[in-house]
Design a protein around this ligand. Structure first.
Ligand code: GTP
Ligand code: SPV
Ligand code: MN
Length: 591
């Protein structure tokens, strides 16, 4: 049997660079986890919450300039710049290693280095990939134990497969000026330093499962996507699965565990949550697309999570959960803006300061108790709607793919693409208003193809080509749709109630997949006939439904101009098929 020589020698070389006091291998046992929790409480990395009300729960606060992904400090390091493409930040590997080595040097002094062997996907599944993360943060270890399958069983599997992604992380001194999130797809490696925030440091998540996995997926002929996966069960017991790509903080988690609205209860649907953030999808021998969620936990947005918006998540986070950057209430529980019940009379805010409701800053703006990108890390197995197929190596078959963004104007509630190629165009031309999930100006519309703008580990023109090619390989490709839950009226109010009510739209989508309803032709795709969306029990304000489906040709022509500018950034690399679709759209809009 192989003795994991390569792994051990890599661990040693990293230890030589980072100079930790000790090296601790994470075995995945309950005893070791309890010990780490105890140590992390003692070192004040985390705070023990009210164990009566929140058993197994902890609070963590990040540094105040380390609360979201830092896309401007995230790099794809390929030998050729062209391979990273025009969208990614790029650094030559040699330069990157040299620069980062200087920062990693001695960065773990006085701390332990933890070695976390983890599997993305069920251990041993065809889909799965193994990574090993080295980190000096107990918070990272505790999060990785929730988000991935980690420990000894993974090492056993590694002895068989040999292949793993080398993930090196050090919080160093959390200095934003020396923060780097580096990806080396050609070396199957990730280096992250000077951050302690989620997507920057839980390297199995966006770094491995999207940027590195995407690169592998292109080479090996599969998909690694920023998508939720959910099952919709009809009373007959038949379950249809869908995958949906919405940008960060645009509703994946909420949709993945929706609760059917009152008016549709009579139909007896049941929702099964497979995943809320990442989908790995393969074409099976039956010619259809099958998907797994490589993660085993949710890293969900806290603000706005309440009994109405997401009751399943509320049930999930009652135990075994790590809360990050939320408000600490006087009874040692947690609170955030948009939580249920009464606002606590006081508390400690996400920055560790005394907080009272109604406090304002020097500009008169309310001071928030929780950061807008405050999150919780919680095991999927706690979720009442967790799919019974989570551990199945085969995944679930996908009937529909939904792209979507946060657009207060322009895009209708839902439309369907004419075919796969047009669907790829719809995904490639997606745009969305920025949220608090990444550092930058909230609200600004930016193009975010397939919700992968910050997560594509190679040249995005090749990514589009890969999408087109995969479609040609499928006997039975999923139908592609576009949804927008966020359109507003002239007063800025949401036109659509969203959340559970979104099931009404999913129902139409599935009816379309099963050829049960006709649709109306429009310049941008097929849209529903008004009576085909079941509105039982839902009364929208006058004309809201009409406004939700308005397609304003002038606005769309303006949008097309922006698409053209975006496409031009790829030069001659952009697949001709997408230009063809672009021209066809213009023709339809001008007709
Ligand atoms: P990431 O974890 O960052 O990838 O985000 P996500 O796509 O999983 O987003 P999430 O479901 O956490 O939702 C983000 C925000 O959008 C929350 O504040 C939600 O309350 C809000 N939201 C989700 N679904 C809807 C919806 O259908 N309508 C409206 N108006 N808001 C929604
Ligand atoms: C996102 O930003 O899309 C997230 C959170 O899901 S993070 O893990 O930070 O990427
Ligand atoms: Mn996400």
């Amino acid at each position: 049997m192989n003795d994991l020589k390569e792994l051990k020698s890599w661990v040693n070389s990293c230890a030589k660079l980072c100079q930790p006091d000790s090296i601790i291998w994470i075995d995945g046992s309950a005893e070791q986890k309890a010990r780490l929790e105890k140590e992390a409480v003692e070192s004040q990395e985390i705070t023990l919450l009210n164990q009566e009300k929140l058993p197994g729960c902890f609070l963590h606060r990040t540094a105040i300039n380390d609360v979201a992904r830092t896309e401007h400090l995230t790099f794809i390091c390929t030998r050729k710049k062209h391979d990273a493409g025009p969208i990614n930040n790029w650094m030559p590997p040699k330069v990157a290693y040299k620069k980062a080595s200087a920062i990693f040097k001695g960065s773990m002094k006085g701390r332990a280095m933890y070695v976390i062997p983890f599997s993305m996907g069920p251990v041993g599944s065809e889909f799965s990939k193994i990574g090993v993360e080295l980190t000096d943060s107990r918070y990272v270890v505790l999060n990785m134990l929730i988000m991935s399958r980690a420990g000894e069983e993974v090492l056993k599997q590694l002895q068989k497969t040999q292949e793993f992604t080398k993930c090196l992380h050090s919080k160093a001194d959390l200095d934003i000026n020396r923060r780097l999130i580096l990806h080396f797809p050609e070396d199957n490696a990730i280096w992250s330093v000077n951050s302690g925030y989620g997507g920057n440091v839980l390297l199995g998540k966006k770094c491995l499962s999207l940027r590195i996995a995407g690169y592998l997926a292109k080479r090996e002929g599969w998909f690694a996507e920023h998508m939720l996966i959910m099952g919709i069960e009809e009373p007959s017991g038949h379950i249809e699965y869908i995958a949906a790509a919405f940008p960060s903080a645009c509703g994946k988690t909420n949709l993945a565990m929706l609760v059917p609205p009152e008016g549709l209860k009579r139909k007896g649907y049941r929702i099964w949550t497979v995943g809320d953030d990442i989908a790995w999808m393969r074409i099976d021998s039956d010619g259809t697309l099958w998907a797994i969620n490589p993660e085993s936990g949710f890293f969900g947005v806290a603000p706005g999570t309440n009994a109405k918006s997401n009751p399943s998540m509320l049930a999930t986070i009652k135990k075994d959960t790590i809360f990050t950057n939320v408000l600490l209430a006087p009874d040692n529980t947690v609170w955030w803006e948009g939580a249920d019940g009464r606002t606590p009379e006081s508390g400690v805010d996400w920055q560790g300061r005394t907080w009272k409701p109604g406090m304002t800053d020097e500009n008169g703006k309310p001071i928030k108790g929780a950061h807008p990108n405050a999150r919780f890390t919680t095991p999927i197995s706690n979720c009442p709607s967790a799919s019974f197929r989570l551990e199945q190596h085969h995944g679930v078959p996908i009937s529909a793919i939904i792209f979507g963004g946060r657009r207060s104007h322009l895009t209708p509630l839902v439309f369907e693409s004419f075919n796969w190629q047009h669907g790829v165009f719809v995904g490639a031309t997606m745009a969305s208003e920025r949220t608090a999930a990444q550092v930058g100006k909230v609200g600004e519309v930016r193009r975010d193809p397939m919700a992968m703008l910050p997560f594509c580990g190679y040249n995005m023109a090749d990514y589009f080509r890969h999408w087109l090619k995969m479609g040609r390989r499928m006997l039975n490709p999923p139908k592609i749709f576009h949804a927008n839950w966020f359109r507003t009226d002239e007063h800025g109010k949401f036109l659509w109630p969203g959340y559970g009510e979104n099931l009404r739209i999913l129902e139409w989508i599935l009816d379309r997949c099963n050829n049960k309803v006709e649709a109306v032709d429009s310049p941008i795709g097929y849209i529903p006939r008004a009576h085909d969306i079941d509105m039982t029990g839902l009364r929208l304000p006058a004309r809201a439904q009409e406004k939700l489906f308005t397609i304003n040709k002038t606005d769309w022509l303006e949008e097309a101009e922006d698409v053209k500018k975006f496409f031009k950034r790829f030069g001659k690399d952009l697949p001709q098929e997408l230009w063809k679709e672009y021209k066809a759209l213009l023709r339809r809009l001008k007709k």
